[in-house]
Design a protein around this ligand. Structure first.
Ligand SMILES: C[S@@+](CC[C@H](N)C(=O)[O-])C[C@H]1O[C@@H](n2cnc3c(N)ncnc32)[C@H](O)[C@@H]1O
Length: 265
């Protein structure tokens, strides 16, 4: 059993996580819809930028972020807030003190379950961490839902190879569609499912950001992705994408799965 994080934590990858936060944090904050007084557990908090934004947006909120990777925790120091604690630890065995279990109003994980080979074990830990009546909120990828229009088959081929890097480590690149099922199996009551949009179209203000992030995902994992491609296919795919991005009629579609469960009564 393990958790293989294909992207690592090199400075370029941490910069890409910054891009991703820029695009997604506002819609995710809207969906999370905190009342403003909650104690939040952020599992696999990465650079803790989202956690810091929650603290800034809601002065009554406190966040405990759990992060396994030392380089990510180091980045999180730039997001230090009095209401934010980032603690070293593994999502499989949350490093909570005895008196902390069963007390969080919200346990949240974004882009973490796709990187572990036993997501149910993580969700069980999250359910255990939440108080009766609290929420477990999951947001993750379903890579199969990615579409480019007009079609860019060489780019899509690289995306498929990228998904193979998940499977070779026992991780599920389609975990997004399983989120309500995981909540149910972990003992929470699925109560809501929706999408957060991670796409764009030519002419929109975030067009470059969205496509740079997509490219950054693949470039960051290049060595592993290339193992599932013929020689030259990686470059062909990214070259095709670079030309495609310049089209005035192009659109990039990637919905992120979002599911929430209630704990206890
Ligand atoms: C794609 S990043 C997402 C970071 C953050 N949740 C966000 O949405 O900005 C995934 C993070 O999960 C962390 N991670 C992966 N497996 C983990 C585990 N088993 N325990 C704790 N953290 C883990 C990685 O180190 C990485 O920082």
């Amino acid at each position: 059993m393990g958790s293989h994080y294909v992207h690592g934590s090199a400075p370029s990858e941490r910069a890409r996580l910054g891009l991703m936060n820029e695009i997604l944090n506002a819609p995710c904050r809207r969906e999370l819809a905190l009342a403003g007084h909650e104690r939040v557990l952020d599992v696999g908090c990465g650079p803790a930028r989202f956690a810091a934004e929650l603290c800034d947006a809601h002065p009554g909120v406190t966040v405990l972020g759990i992060e396994r990777d030392a380089a990510q925790r180091e980045s999180a120091r730039a997001c230090a807030r009095p209401a934010l604690e980032v603690r070293a630890g593994d999502a499989y065995e949350l490093p909570l003190r005895a008196e902390e279990w069963g007390t969080f109003d919200v346990a949240w994980a974004r882009f973490v379950l796709e990187h572990v080979d036993d997501p149910l074990r993580v969700v069980r830990q999250m359910v255990r961490a939440v108080r009766p009546g609290g929420r477990v909120v999951l947001c993750d990828d379903d890579h199969d839902l990615f579409r480019l229009d007009p079609p860019a088959p060489a780019a899509l081929r690289v995306w498929e190879a990228y998904q193979q890097t998940y499977r070779e480590h026992g991780n599920d690149p389609l975990v997004g569609r399983r989120l309500p099922r995981l909540l149910h199996e972990a003992g929470a009551r699925p109560a809501r499912a929706t999408w957060v949009f991670f796409g764009s179209c030519a002419g929109a203000p975030d067009w470059r950001l969205v496509n740079d992030n997509w490219r950054g995902i693949l470039e960051g994992a290049r060595g592993q992705v290339e193992r599932h491609l013929q020689p030259g296919e990686f470059e062909r795919g990214l070259d095709e994408h670079a030309r495609w991005v310049e089209r005035p009629d192009a659109s990039h579609w990637l919905p992120l799965a979002w599911a929430e469960g209630r704990v206890g009564a």
